[in-house]
Ligand binder design. Structure first.
Ligand code: 7TS
Length: 404
């Protein structure tokens, strides 16, 4: 089905082939309308005023949280904290929980396919607290090596952090298996980076078994600078606030302060209420398509792209087979630098990502400095793949290699 017409930027640029949705998705009109409608009808600072308009803003913000909680299978909506996105959500856990609970001799387990947002906060926590960072390696086809993962886990493990889906390879990690191993062998807090999970898979937080789950709105058709952290109430209640200021306090005495209840304890300052309302509209949009259909559509496109790229002499593809990944395909072409390839493609209106995808530890393991990455979403169709393949063949010619 062609959903391109739902997205004003794409509808206005019929020749544009947007294949960088893993970086950020385009936004449907229903999301842009929701943002505008919030500011036109309900704009006031939530939680601050006793007047009707402020109550309306608060209601809209709370309703957005309830919508997201439903969409993500979170029974206790107060345990869904709005953040700027995945990066802030993971930093919140590493700071508020990590710095109190991780110490010398403890271990933190991460994986080699993490985005820096789920790697550097843990690495720096380990350095700062005298703990050890342990890194789960990958199999040759871009899956986590579960045998290695098992060997890293022990009673010393305080945190186990992994992505739901890899942004660079599209690998879908076996979350329940990872959780089962971590629960069996450690007493660790389990953190899942869902930045590439929520946009592409049907996520039921309450069934995943992880403790913390982080996500970003802008990769799931929502606005930028809104996303969230989901966590268990008992853990969130024992954690100190991450930031201090308005809204997150109960009483401020001269020398001490007590904290507000969840979720406000972790939402200091004026919230991005319009963003939350826009994000709820995005969740409703995806829900109407159905997340199973989203993944089916992406798989169809990525399978076709994978097969056609594989048929081009000089293309190397990275990661698991298409049936085991989300809508991402990472590749290199001969000795053409991925940035040069992206520039050639850009000349024909084809937007792909080139670089290390904020996953330098992964690039080292793949033994490349960068890859080209095309990522598909609900608005892409076969014409985008046709353009991609034509662009890659053209780049081969431009850089002096005979096209197949
Ligand atoms: N984790 C993963 C798996 C991601 O893909 C990203 C962003 C983040 C965390 C950070 O999300 P943010 O919304 O807080 O920035 N990934 C990408 C990408 O692949 N290209 O640009 C951003």
């Amino acid at each position: 089905m062609n959903r391109r017409a739902d997205f004003p930027l794409l509808a206005a640029n019929p020749d544009l082939h947007y294949l960088d949705s893993a970086a950020t998705s385009q936004k449907p009109a229903v999301v842009l309308d929701a943002l505008r409608e919030f500011y036109e009808t309900s704009n006031a600072n939530p939680h601050r005023g006793a007047y009707e308009l402020s109550v309306a803003a608060t209601d809209r913000y709370d309703a957005a949280r309830a919508t997201l909680a439903r969409f993500l299978g979170v029974a206790d909506a107060d345990c869904l904290i709005f953040t700027r996105g995945t990066t802030e959500a993971i930093n919140l856990v590493a700071s508020a929980w990590g710095w109190r609970n991780v110490g010398p001799g403890d271990e933190i387990v991460v994986t080699a396919l993490e985005h820096h947002a789920n790697f550097v906060p843990w690495q720096q926590l380990a350095i700062g607290r005298g703990a050890t960072l342990r890194i789960c390696e990958l199999t040759s086809d871009g899956h986590l090596d579960l045998d290695h993962f098992r060997t890293l886990l022990s009673s010393r493990t305080k945190v186990v952090a992994f992505a739901h889906v890899s942004n660079a390879l599209g690998t879908i990690n076996p979350v329940r298996e990872l959780v089962a191993l971590a629960r069996e062998l450690t007493g660790a807090v389990i953190v899942c980076d869902g930045a590439q999970g929520v946009p592409h898979l049907r996520v039921r937080y309450d069934e995943l078994g992880v403790d913390f789950y982080a996500f970003s709105g802008h990769k799931m058709c929502g606005p930028m600078a809104i996303g969230g952290l989901i966590g268990p109430r008992w853990l969130l209640e024992t954690m100190p606030p991450y930031q201090m200021g308005g809204d997150m306090i109960e009483f401020v005495h001269d020398q001490t302060t007590t904290w507000n209840v969840l979720p406000q304890k972790f939402e200091a300052g004026t919230p991005n209420a319009a963003g939350a309302v826009g994000l709820a509209a995005a969740a409703d949009y995806l829900d109407a398509i159905g997340m199973d259909e989203v993944l089916r559509h992406e798989r169809e496109l990525v399978s076709d792209a994978y097969a056609r790229l594989a048929a081009i002499d000089g293309v190397i593809l990275y990661g698991p087979p298409p049936s085991e990944r989300s809508g991402v395909v990472s590749f290199t072409l001969d000795d053409v630098h991925p940035h040069d390839l992206a520039t050639i493609l850009d000349g024909d209106g084809i937007c792909i990502r080139a670089g290390n995808h904020c996953a330098q530890p992964l690039m080292r393991r793949l033994d490349v400095s960068a890859t080209a990455r095309a990522s598909f979403y609900v608005y892409n169709d076969k014409s985008d793949t046709d353009a991609l393949i034509a662009g890659v063949l053209k780049a081969k010619e431009v850089f002096g290699h005979a096209a197949v």
